[in-house]
Write a protein that binds this ligand. Structure first.
Ligand code: NAD
Ligand code: UDP
Length: 312
């Protein structure tokens, strides 16, 4: 039985990861400050004697003896991370330093949840890991993008200078149950709006693209990455390469929910990337043939069922 720390464990992805790690027979310590996550996401794990919940902020040092650390703590929705941009930078950078110091002290393996946002508004399509990105360093997304880019640098340099065993995963747009209804990201927004027959808010003309990954496929990729040998450090893209326009997503959600909602166009936020699609060649090679298995229709249906229980 391994002892595993999941920072951001009460968030959307973290809650699925905690559950899966427990189901695989591990002991899980979930650390969260509940800024963009919820106790409701992990309530059902409380009766498991191998699950522990710690309220803590990773911008402050933390000590525990564990075998592995998944560093997920950080708001991921543009609305959430732009609410308190300095805090977002501190979480990415001071949080990474605190978790890397911990990993170094106790000899644990540590995985960083990085992001496709390190590629910014990309002019290479699809994006391979070798692409250095096109990020506006002073734009409204920079607190997140540059925070995550600096965290990658910290991880690589703790590995080179201090021999810390690291893994960097660049996650592309992921969705599924346990997203908060007011999280602000596109999939949860559209589903909640459709279930309530409210206008579906498309920012810009809806021709921008994203490639949506269902959360179970991501969790599978994260666990496989943690299990690779120490010489595999990444970064590795984990995402679903099926690409859709935001307009196509809106139409799909309206169709699957049988909604009476109409589409309303709003202003496009600053620096909103026009296209995004992962090149997953590296993940497939390094992670034992890993491929996303759940297509958009199936994933949306599962997510709609979840939101039907909590909104309306
Ligand atoms: P989320 O906002 O649902 O979860 C993040 C969790 O971290 C929340 O529970 C929040 O309360 C917690 N947290 C935030 N700041 C903290 C701090 N200072 N100390 C302790 N806890 C803190 O987001 P998510 O979608 O689950 O994303 C998880 C990770 O994956 C993030 O690091 C994010 O950058 C990365 N990621 C997610 C996506 C995606 O599409 N979901 C894409 C790329 C990267
Ligand atoms: N978006 C939208 N309507 C919404 C929320 C988001 O049209 O209600 C758009 C947003 O402008 C972006 C895309 O959907 O082009 C994905 O946004 P999200 O916030 O989910 O993630 P991002 O990939 O931008 O970080």
């Amino acid at each position: 039985m391994k002892k595993i720390l999941v920072t951001g464990g009460a968030g959307f992805i973290g809650s699925h990861l905690c559950e899966r790690l427990l189901n695989e027979g591990n002991e899980v310590i979930c650390l969260d400050n509940f800024s963009s996550g919820s106790k409701d996401n992990i309530m059902h794990l409380h009766d498991n004697p191998y699950f522990e919940l710690v309220r803590h902020d990773i911008t402050m040092p933390f000590f525990i003896e564990v075998d592995e650390i998944y560093n997920l703590a950080c708001p991921a929705s543009p609305i959430q991370y732009q609410k308190a941009p300095i805090k977002t930078i501190k979480t990415s950078i001071m949080g990474a330093i605190n978790m890397l110091d911990l990993a170094q002290r106790i000899g644990a393996k540590i995985l960083q949840a990085s992001t496709s946002e390190v590629y910014g508004d990309p002019d290479i399509h699809p994006q391979p890991e070798t692409y250095w990105g096109r990020v506006n360093p002073i734009g409204s997304r920079s607190c997140y993008d540059e925070g995550k880019r600096c965290a990658e640098s910290l991880f690589v340099n703790y590995h080179k200078q201090n021999n810390v065993r690291i893994k960097i995963v660049r996650i592309f747009n992921t969705y599924g149950p346990n997203m908060l209804p007011d999280d602000g990201r596109v999939v949860s927004n559209f589903i909640v709006q459709a279930l309530q027959d409210k206008p579906i808010t498309i920012y810009g003309n809806g021709n921008q693209t994203r490639s949506f990954q269902y959360v179970d496929d991501l969790v599978d990729g994260l666990i496989r990455m943690m299990g690779t040998s120490d010489n595999v450090i990444g970064p590795v893209n984990i995402g679903n390469p099926s690409e859709f326009t935001i307009l196509e997503l809106a139409q799909k959600v309206i169709e699957l929910t049988n909604s009476k909602s109409h589409i309303e166009f709003r202003e496009l936020p600053e620096d909103d990337p026009m296209q995004r699609k992962p090149d997953i060649t590296k993940a497939t090679e390094l992670l034992n043939g890993w491929q996303p298995k759940i297509n958009l229709e199936k994933g949306l249906k599962n997510t709609i069922e979840y939101f039907k229980k909590i909104v309306q």
